[in-house]
Design a protein around this ligand. Structure first.
Ligand SMILES: Cc1cc2nc3c(=O)[nH]c(=O)nc-3n(C[C@H](O)[C@H](O)[C@H](O)COP(=O)(O)O)c2cc1C
Length: 363
């Protein structure tokens, strides 16, 4: 886990990654804030790669309040500062790009869109709603917006982008047979449901090629399945994984509950081993979920992952990587008395406290 590894043409100093985590901390105009820079600056030393929290590519695709934007060139100065901060201690920097689709916050847009007008479940942040179905030409516009976001990430000095295809946002709205009820070229068969994701990859690859930056990394994050019986299932996402590899995606990032041990219903293999079997040697495989120890990382690597993402544990202990390297105890909770040392932006800290048992908080 501590050895360097090459991703596309870029060498990462180790296999450990800061998972994408929203900070709810942009300025009110959606530009990157000083608080966010301080938060990332404290967590950039141990890991080989930092993936930012999601940035929206269009203004009706905001998934979290104060989520920084990549939807216009106006945001380039803040994005440049963010890339520079992340890279200051040798980590590589990836910008996660997203459209929240049917999970866009309705109090920030009066135009919540999706593949089809299917009622959404209530979440921690919003009530259920019925989104508007995107037209064919609007879908093409969204694809172009992802391309423009990539151009900005390149101009800002990031080492790559990660397409956020997970967590029920717009891309998953298209993949999901539960949410996608279209009968045009974007819906129906698996081939049609995958078209949006694959067209995004094509557009982004084209943008990277035009930039001449051959080292620029393209990653894709997915949730392998949905809980609803009629939802997206692993048989489909395994096919998608192969197609993403063929389309030139450099790494595939599995968002899991437990990085090395989670298994799909009805399978006796882990998600990681199933995906590794499909795409080994074709792309780099990353997995994230509940990594709190060296043993958990070893297990994920043994299952076939090449890179391991760390979320919560880097929030609670910015020195996690340094600690496991020296077998020192890791801090798995946030103590209210020491919260200032963690450089958590105030809105992030408020959200963490409001979310109940999401994090362990000590008085
Ligand atoms: C504060 C917080 C914010 C998150 N924001 C994002 C995000 O912007 N994009 C994303 O893909 N996942 C996001 N996630 C999910 C994490 O990337 C990760 O998959 C999840 O927390 C499980 O890993 P962990 O158990 O190591 O935290 C977020 C998680 C946390 C804790």
């Amino acid at each position: 886990m501590f050895e360097s590894v090459t991703l596309k043409h870029t060498t990462l100093k180790n296999r450990l990654v800061m998972a994408p985590m929203t900070t709810w901390a942009s300025q009110d105009d959606y530009s990157v804030s000083e608080e966010e820079l301080a938060y990332y600056g404290l967590r950039n030393a141990g890991v080989g790669l930092v993936i930012t929290g999601c940035a929206h590519v269009q203004s009706n695709g905001i998934g979290f309040t104060n989520e920084f934007s990549v939807d216009s060139d106006d945001f380039l100065p803040g994005l440049r500062a963010l890339a520079k901060t992340i890279k200051a201690n040798g980590a590589k920097a990836i910008l996660q790009i997203n459209h929240a689709g049917n999970k866009a916050l309705p109090f920030l847009t009066d135009d919540v869109v999706s593949s089809s007008p299917v009622e959404t479940p209530k979440t921690a942040f919003v009530d259920s709603l019925i989104p508007r179905e995107l037209t064919d030409s609007e879908i093409v516009e969204v694809i172009k917006a992802f391309g423009q976001a990539t151009r900005r990430a390149i101009e800002a000095g990031f080492d790559g982008v990660e397409i956020h295809g997970a967590h029920g946002f717009l891309i998953q709205n298209f993949l999901s047979p539960y949410f996608n009820k279209r009968n045009d070229r974007w819906g129906g068969s698996l081939e049609n449901r995958m078209r949006f994701a694959l067209e995004l990859v094509k557009e982004i690859r084209q943008t990277i090629k035009q930039s001449g930056n051959v080292e620029f990394i393209l990653g894709y994050r997915l949730s392998p399945d949905e809980p609803m019986e009629a939802g997206l299932k692993v048989a489909d996402t395994l096919v998608l994984a192969e197609r993403l590899a063929e389309a030139g995606v450099d790494y595939l990032h599995l968002s899991l509950v437990e990085a090395g041990t989670s298994k799909p219903d009805g399978f006796d293999k882990t998600y990681v081993s199933l995906f590794a079997e499909k795409v080994a040697g074709k792309l780099t495989l990353m997995t994230t979920g509940a990594i709190q120890s060296k043993a958990a990382i070893e297990q994920a690597l043994a299952e076939g992952a090449d890179l391991v993402g760390i979320g919560h544990t880097l929030v609670t202990d910015p020195d996690f990587v340094e600690k496991i390297a020296t077998n020192s105890p890791v801090k798995l909770s946030i103590s209210k008395a020491h919260v200032d040392e963690l450089q958590l932006p105030p809105k992030m800290w408020t959200t963490i406290q409001a979310m109940g048992d999401w994090f362990t908080i000590e008085e």
